[in-house]
Design a protein around this ligand. Structure first.
Ligand SMILES: Cc1cc2nc3c(=O)[nH]c(=O)nc-3n(C[C@H](O)[C@H](O)[C@H](O)COP(=O)(O)OP(=O)(O)OC[C@H]3O[C@@H](n4cnc5c(N)ncnc54)[C@H](O)[C@@H]3O)c2cc1C
Length: 287
């Protein structure tokens, strides 16, 4: 199965790569004799290792045109360049996987630290996906759609946690005078009802964002960012509450999926720009 990746994030951070007056991205592309020569480091790009550690079928590489001084540029987007790098341009010298972050959750995927050294890409339209303002527009589109996907992941995690808790309380008995099922206690049924309500609120936001994206609604970006913040943070809280409902069994990884879900959920507020930065964007959109 072919793999593609978006390589934007860099080891020393990328939260402010578009900020006017700042240095911009550290990965640079210099145009020489009809070729872009790329040097830099990328990290966290899902699938960048490919299936065999020799890279994916295609990298969408976000970098800085070295001929533009980002700090002095008229617009912060001016230095942006997105190159498409097919696998046949990569080799053991220009594409080196240095290390793999050991992540707490979401372990089915990886985003290793990759060193790009004198990677040569022809300056032809099929390799230059977007430049300047057009590149910024493309990245906003990626952020919008990626946020909706992260929101849907959050919804999936919290629903799974609630399902686990509901199954436990509906089937397990915990002694006492009448040896009733846990769900027959008022505390458990109230907690379960609250979890279902939180799931329904999150689902409404995720559905609304997806519908707005499909309909090219002008409010789609804001809706997607709101859904991402809500769903990713609710996922963590709902997993924690589901584990309180289940009790100590939730702590046993052989018997319950809840602690694994918590580790997955931890990554969700960090994907696609951390929620701290997304809240800043939402404040700008609201102003
Ligand atoms: C599972 C997973 C998959 C990922 N997949 C990809 C991928 O495919 N491609 C890719 O390019 N990246 C990917 N990433 C990286 C992800 O998109 C990060 O969000 C991105 O690297 C930016 O991280 P950051 O927001 O923490 O920024 P950093 O630059 O590391 O900043 C760290 C923190 O400092 C604070 N901060 C920085 N500047 C400001 C400011 N101006 N105001 C207030 N607070 C500030 C914020 O709290 C911020 O979170 C992935 C990450 C994960 C966990």
């Amino acid at each position: 199965m072919p793999l593609a990746c978006l390589a934007l994030s860099e080891p020393h951070g990328s939260a402010n790569f578009m900020e006017a007056g700042g240095p911009g991205l550290k990965t640079t592309a210099a145009l020489e004799n009809g070729e872009w020569i790329v040097n830099g480091e990328k990290i966290w790009s899902t699938s960048i290792a490919g299936w065999n550690k020799r890279g994916p079928d295609l990298i969408c590489l976000v970098c800085r045109d070295s001929s533009v001084d980002h700090a002095e540029a008229k617009s912060p987007a001016e230095s942006l360049l997105i190159l498409t790098v097919p696998n046949n341009l990569l080799n053991a010298d220009n594409f080196v996987i240095r290390s793999y972050p050991r992540t707490a959750g979401l372990t089915a995927t990886c985003g290793p630290l990759v060193i790009l050294k004198d990677l040569r890409i022809p300056d032809r339209p099929e390799y230059v996906l977007a430049r300047g303002g057009q590149a910024a527009v493309s990245l906003l589109e990626v952020s919008k759609r990626g946020s909706a996907v992260a929101a849907a992941m959050g919804l999936g995690v919290l629903r799974r946690a609630i399902k686990e808790a509901a199954a436990f309380v509906s089937s397990e008995k915990r002694g006492g005078k009448t040896n009733r099922k846990v769900v027959q206690t008022e505390a458990a049924v109230t907690m379960l009802a609250q979890l279902r309500m939180r799931s329904a609120v999150t689902e409404a936001l995720v559905n609304s964002a997806a519908t707005k994206i499909d309909g090219n609604d002008p409010g789609a970006r804001e809706a997607a960012l709101q859904a991402k913040v809500q769903a990713s943070e609710e996922a963590i809280q709902c997993v924690l509450e589901a584990s309180r409902l289940v009790g100590v069994t939730s702590y046993d990884q052989n018997k319950s999926i809840l602690s694994d879900l918590l580790l997955d959920a931890m990554g969700l507020p960090l994907i696609g720009g951390s929620n701290t930065m997304i809240r800043k964007t939402l404040a700008t959109l609201a102003a």
